[in-house]
Design a protein around this ligand. Structure first.
Ligand SMILES: Cc1cc2nc3c(=O)[nH]c(=O)nc-3n(C[C@H](O)[C@H](O)[C@H](O)COP(=O)(O)OP(=O)(O)OC[C@H]3O[C@@H](n4cnc5c(N)ncnc54)[C@H](O)[C@@H]3O)c2cc1C
Length: 431
C-alpha cells in the first residue's frame, strides 16, 4: 500500500483506499465498473516512475499493472503483443531474440509499456521516428465505464487517439500491439563535445535533417569555471562487413576533435546504457531522493538562448552537482499522437532537467518545484510546451491552455469514455 502512495518523484504522496493487483484484465474491468458509479478515483501504476503523483489515487484505488506482463511475438507480422505492466526491458528482450527492435524505446527500460504509452514516450530515435506511441498498432483498454475495448486507427479511432499520450484520462491500457523493425547487432557510438549551445544545436539540426545516425540524443554537462559543455551522443549501425565511415559521419561537424569519443558496442548493451548510472545513483542514495524534474518541449530556435539562461538560473544550480540535463532533438512532423502537445515548429528540442533534492528538506523541494513552475512559464512565453511527466503544479486552466485546440476533443472523449471522471486524477486536469 505504501508504494502506491509514493512514486519516483517522492514529492507528492497520497494514500489510496486500496491497491489491486491486476492478475487479469477482468479484475481491472470489474474494479473500474465498481468505482465509476461511486465516483471513486482509479489510477494505473506500472513502473512507478511518475514524478508528481500522476499515478496516485487519493481516496480511491491504484491498480498495480505489473502482473499483466506477458510479452509475446506475433508470428509472421513484425509485431509483438505486450501486457501494459511489462517493463520495456522485457519488450526489448523478446524483440531482440528475433533480431527485431521497437522503433522507439524509452531510455529507462524499467518504465512500463502502459506508463510510457500514456505519456507518449521519447527515445534516442525520436528525431526520425517520433514517439513510442506512434508505433502502436492496437490497444486493449478498459474505459472509465468498465468496458473492455480494442482500439486502433481503424476501430474506435477516437478512443485510440484519446489514449495514446492521453495521460490515462479516458481508459487504462491493458495490452498493446507494438510494431517492430530489424535490429542492428552492433552500433558505433560517438560522443561529441561542443563548447557553445549554438554549435551543438547547429550539428543536432544537421544530424536530424540528413538522418545519418539512427540514434541522436545529447546532454549539457558542467564544465570548469561555472560553464557548461554540450555533448551529442549519436549512434550508427555498424558491422565488420559494413563498417561505418567515421569521416562521412562526423567529418563535417563542429565539435572539439580532441575530446571526441568513439566506441563500438552491441546494440543490446547500448539499449541498457542507463543501468550503470542507475547502479551508481542507487549506491550513493541519490536514486531514492526526491526528484523535482522538469521536461519542456522548446522550439529549437529558442533553445540556444533559453537553455543557457535556464542553466544559469540560481534556482537550478543544484544541476551542476546532483543532476543531469538532457537535450533531445525532435522533428515536429514525426510526432503524430494528437494529444502529445508540442510547439507548432518543425525543429524542436526536448529539454529535461533531472535533479535530486535533499531527502529531509521539504522547503528545498518546494523551492525547486516553484522554480520548475517559473521556468515552465518562461518557456511558455517563448512558445514552449510542458512535457507532462514533470514535477510542476498545474491548474485545470493551465491544462486547458496546454491542450489548446485538442482540448475539445479530449473533453468529448472524457465525457464519453470516463463520464464519472474517475481515471488518473493525479494530473489535476479537472476541477
Ligand atoms: C529515470 C527515468 C527515466 C525516464 N526516461 C524516459 C525516457 O527516456 N523517455 C520517456 O518518454 N520518458 C522517460 N521517463 C518518463 C516516464 O516514461 C514516464 O514518467 C512514464 O509515464 C513512466 O511510466 P511508469 O510505468 O514507470 O510509471 P507509473 O508511475 O507507474 O505511471 C506513470 C503514469 O502513467 C499512468 N499509467 C501507468 N500505467 C498505465 C496504463 N496501463 N494505462 C494508463 N495509464 C497508465 C499512471 O497512472 C501515471 O499517471 C523517465 C522517467 C524516469 C523516472
Amino acid at each position: 500500500m505504501a508504494g502506491a502512495a509514493d512514486d519516483f518523484g517522492h514529492i507528492v504522496g497520497s494514500r489510496p483506499l486500496g491497491v489491486l493487483a491486476a492478475h487479469s484484465v477482468e479484475t481491472v474491468r470489474e474494479l473500474v465498473a465498481f468505482a465509476g458509479p461511486r465516483g471513486l478515483p482509479v489510477a494505473a501504476r506500472g513502473g512507478g516512475h511518475a514524478l508528481y503523483g500522476q499515478g496516485q489515487a487519493h481516496g480511491g484505488y491504484v491498480v498495480d499493472m505489473r502482473p499483466l506482463d506477458e510479452v509475446r511475438r506475433r508470428p509472421g507480422d513484425g509485431a509483438l503483443s505486450a501486457g501494459a505492466g511489462a517493463p520495456w526491458s522485457e519488450v526489448v528482450r523478446v524483440a531482440l531474440a528475433e533480431g527485431l527492435t521497437p522503433p522507439v524505446i524509452p531510455d529507462h527500460l524499467g518504465t512500463s509499456v502502459g506508463g510510457v504509452l500514456s505519456t507518449g514516450g521519447f527515445g534516442a530515435t525520436s528525431h526520425r521516428r517520433g514517439l513510442v506511441a506512434d508505433w502502436v498498432r492496437d490497444l486493449d483498454v478498459v474505459t472509465g465505464t468498465g468496458e473492455l475495448l480494442t482500439c486502433s486507427r481503424e476501430q474506435h479511432a477516437d478512443l485510440f487517439d484519446a489514449v495514446l499520450a492521453g495521460l490515462g484520462q479516458c481508459a487504462l491500457i491493458v495490452r498493446a500491439t507494438l510494431r517492430l523493425l530489424p535490429a542492428p547487432a552492433r552500433v558505433r557510438r560517438f560522443r561529441l563535445y561542443h563548447s557553445t549551445p549554438e554549435s551543438y544545436l547547429t550539428d543536432q539540426r544537421r544530424l536530424c535533417r540528413d538522418g545519418r545516425f539512427s540514434h541522436v540524443c545529447g546532454q549539457a554537462r558542467p564544465a570548469v569555471g561555472g560553464a557548461w559543455t554540450y555533448m551529442i551522443e549519436a549512434v550508427a549501425p555498424h558491422t565488420p562487413e559494413l563498417p561505418s565511415d567515421d569521416d562521412l559521419l562526423i567529418g563535417d561537424l563542429g565539435h572539439d576533435r580532441d575530446t571526441e569519443e568513439i566506441e563500438d558496442l552491441p546494440y543490446e548493451e547500448f539499449l541498457h546504457r542507463p543501468e550503470r548510472e542507475e547502479r551508481l545513483l542507487r549506491a550513493t542514495g541519490e536514486w531514492q531522493r526526491p526528484h523535482p524534474w522538469l521536461s519542456l518541449l522548446l522550439p529549437e530556435d529558442t533553445a540556444a538562448a533559453f537553455v543557457p539562461d535556464a542553466l544559469a538560473d540560481p534556482a537550478q544550480r543544484g544541476l551542476r552537482t546532483c543532476g543531469a540535463v538532457q537535450l533531445r532533438p525532435l522533428s515536429g512532423r514525426t510526432l503524430r499522437a494528437p494529444l502529445l502537445r508540442r510547439p507548432p515548429d518543425e525543429r524542436l528540442c526536448l529539454l529535461t532537467l533531472m535533479r535530486t533534492a535533499p531527502p529531509t528538506d521539504a522547503a528545498a523541494v518546494r523551492e525547486l518545484v516553484a522554480a520548475n513552475r517559473a521556468l515552465y512559464e518562461r518557456a511558455r512565453a517563448v512558445g514552449g510546451v510542458l512535457h507532462p511527466v514533470s514535477a510542476v503544479p498545474m491548474t485545470p486552466a493551465d491544462w486547458r491552455g496546454h491542450f489548446g485546440p485538442a482540448w475539445t476533443d479530449l473533453v468529448r472523449a472524457k465525457d464519453r469514455h470516463d463520464p464519472h471522471r474517475i481515471l488518473t486524477r493525479g494530473y489535476g486536469l479537472w476541477p
